[in-house]
Ligand binder design. Structure first.
Ligand code: SIN
Ligand code: FE2
Length: 211
């Protein structure tokens, strides 16, 4: 007799060396009101790349440092270039969630000083890239998915090749570090779908240690 209460997926899945998926680890109902408040203070915006292209993913930040893309380059900034004011503080629930996820995934103590907040609409994709702007690559990246599911594409440490497609659902946390810290990764176009709490959108919180 099959166990009707067996989880559909194991809670923790080792994807490859340095990449761990914690399925359903985060409660989006708890996180979304914070995202709403934070992005009232520091609104979502479409940043411009050094190549002069406007990013399709809308972004904001919270925490001591925020990742910004500008025609002059990428950087971590203590203030929001739109307002000149410090980024909103990182909520304790965010920090604790990221720390628990990193510890569960086997990366030990994690003290993020930056949280990038991404918003995807239907059809929005994120081109393959490396997370390169952090000073110390020994810290992992902790990435929290909220709302509509997306297909995360994980490549190797050099550009190109065939990606490993990882479906990320609401509440999933992907942690990557160690030998996978500089893996290229991107997100496929968000498919039309509805989520009870976010409608057709997906949000992503990416916790980093920038300095
Ligand atoms: C990122 O690479 O910054 C975001 C990844 C994601 O949205 O899952
Ligand atoms: Fe990234």
């Amino acid at each position: 007799m099959p166990d009707l209460f067996a989880p559909l997926r194991p809670e923790m899945e080792s994807i490859r060396d340095g990449v761990v998926l914690l399925a359903g680890f985060a409660d989006s109902g708890t996180l979304l009101p914070y995202i709403r408040t934070l992005t009232t203070e520091a609104p979502f915006r479409h940043m411009v790349t050094p190549g002069g292209r406007q990013m399709r993913v809308a972004m904001s930040n919270c925490g001591p440092l925020g990742w910004v893309s500008e025609p002059t380059g990428y950087r971590y900034a203590p203030t929001d270039p739109l307002s000149g004011k410090p980024w909103p503080a990182m909520p304790a629930v965010f920090r604790d969630l990221a720390a628990r996820a990193a510890a569960c995934a086997g990366f030990g103590i994690f003290e993020p000083d930056a949280c990038l907040i991404n918003r995807y609409e239907t059809g929005t994709s994120l081109s393959p890239h490396q997370d390169m702007d952090e000073a110390d690559k020994n810290w992992p990246i902790v990435s929290v998915s909220i709302g509509v599911s997306a297909m995360f594409q994980l490549y190797g440490n050099i550009r190109g090749g065939t990606p490993l497609n990882i479906p990320l659902h609401d509440g999933d946390i992907l942690v990557f570090g160690g030998p996978a810290r500089l893996a290229f990764h991107g997100v496929r176009k968000l498919a039309p779908a509805q989520h009870a709490l976010t409608g057709s959108r997906r949000f992503n919180l990416t916790f980093r240690r920038a300095r």
